[in-house]
Design a protein around this ligand. Structure first.
Ligand code: UT7
Length: 331
């Protein structure tokens, strides 16, 4: 019997309607469209405005889009993983609520958090379950409502982040398609450079600290940038080498969308032409856990069965990695 591999067999996505453009940001903080465009590649991002709606709202919409497109019965889903850095609430699983709302009544579910690498690490988790033979249908959703912890007076962060969600279905494959290899890493010394310090268990928010705003995301952009460029390019290059792949063997790079200059640097390191580099940062900004599945959602029609995709991500923690993947269907 051939070895079971874990393939993606369907994709869905969702973006909230409200568009926050660079022009509007110019009226909110000391910045300008030209600076944001040249330094990050971002023109606009989407924001979920409605009161009381969190990442689960985005996750449910993306999952419903996948279910409608693929025609699968949600009752057949075994596991729902929600990769997110912005869960709806503490203590209550966002994935559990999402699974119930989409009718995945026979599934178990949990959240997975590794900042901007959450979805990439989730691909590894979902694939391992499929390869084990124990589960047949795993819904992996990347969903983040970043606007919930961004300070819209801080120009170092508010220009970058947006809200959104993407979903993929993992199923067993007997043609050897799907996840081929992975190289995943973390280094906890990075946490001082990108974090929302208050609101977790180390430093709960209280009335005295609220005003200082340390519950919002802070980043030392330059340090994060340098580490992202070095590490994402490094793992992408290493995964190609150890699988004896040249740039001609690779059809696509799907890299975390945090800054176009970081994506370009990763593509340059592995000598990939621009046409092979998936890019949607201009429309959505950095949607954290949602960037990779939203790339698949946007490029799905161009992907061919057997295409090699190199995934790469870098995020807070620090966390980072790369996955060598073979696409399993034509749409
Ligand atoms: O997804 C998780 C990982 N996150 C990332 O990968 C983000 C990584 N970091 C970055 O993308 C970039 O560091 C930023 C986009 C955040 C900043 O770009 P940068 O090229 O590193 O800019 P900088 O912080 O070095 O600042 C350069 C200049 C400074 O002015 P001076 O000192 O040269 O006069 C800043 O004060 O640009 C100024 N500046 C701005 N100007 C207009 C910083 N932010 C802004 C802004 N608008 N929003």
């Amino acid at each position: 019997m051939s070895k079971i591999t874990a393939a993606i067999t369907a994709v869905g996505g969702y973006l909230p309607d409200f568009v926050l453009s660079n022009k509007v940001l110019e009226t909110m903080v000391d910045t300008n469209d030209e600076w944001i465009t040249t330094r990050t590649g971002i023109k606009e991002r989407r924001i979920l405005k409605e009161e009381g709606k969190g990442s689960s709202f985005l996750a449910i919409k993306a999952a419903e889009n996948l279910i409608e497109k693929s025609g699968i019965n949600p009752e057949d889903i075994d596991l729902v993983i929600v990769a997110t850095a912005t869960p709806d609430m503490k203590a209550a699983s966002t994935a559990a609520y999402t699974a119930t709302q989409i009718g995945a009544v026979n599934a178990f579910s949990y959240d997975l958090e590794a900042a901007c690498s959450s979805f990439l690490f989730g691909m590894s988790t979902a694939s391992a379950y499929i390869e084990s033979g124990r589960y047949k249908k795993i819904l992996l959703i990347g969903a983040d409502k970043n606007s919930s912890f961004i300070n819209y007076k801080d120009r170092a962060t508010c220009i970058i982040f947006g809200d959104g969600a993407g979903a993929v279905l993992f199923e067993p494959n007997e043609e050897g398609l799907g996840l081929q290899d992975e190289l995943l890493r973390s280094n906890g010394e990075g946490r001082e450079f990108l974090r929302a310090q208050r609101g977790g268990s180390s430093y709960p928010i209280n009335a005295d600290t609220f005003a200082e705003g340390s519950h919002y995301v802070f980043q030392d952009g330059k340090t994060v940038f340098k580490n992202a460029v070095f590490n994402m390019a490094d793992v992408a290059e290493r995964i190609l080498k150890r699988n004896n792949l040249t740039n001609d063997d690779v059809q696509w790079l799907a890299a975390h969308q945090a800054n176009k200059r970081i994506i370009d640097a990763t593509a340059n390191r592995i000598n990939l032409e621009d046409e092979k580099v998936m890019m949607n940062i201009q429309k959505y900004g950095n949607t954290t856990s949602a960037t990779l599945p939203l790339l698949l959602w946007d490029y799905e029609k161009q992907l061919k069965k057997g295409d090699t995709i190199i995934f790469a991500a870098f995020g807070g923690g620090f966390t980072w990695g790369s996955i060598y993947f073979k696409w399993a269907y034509n749409s």
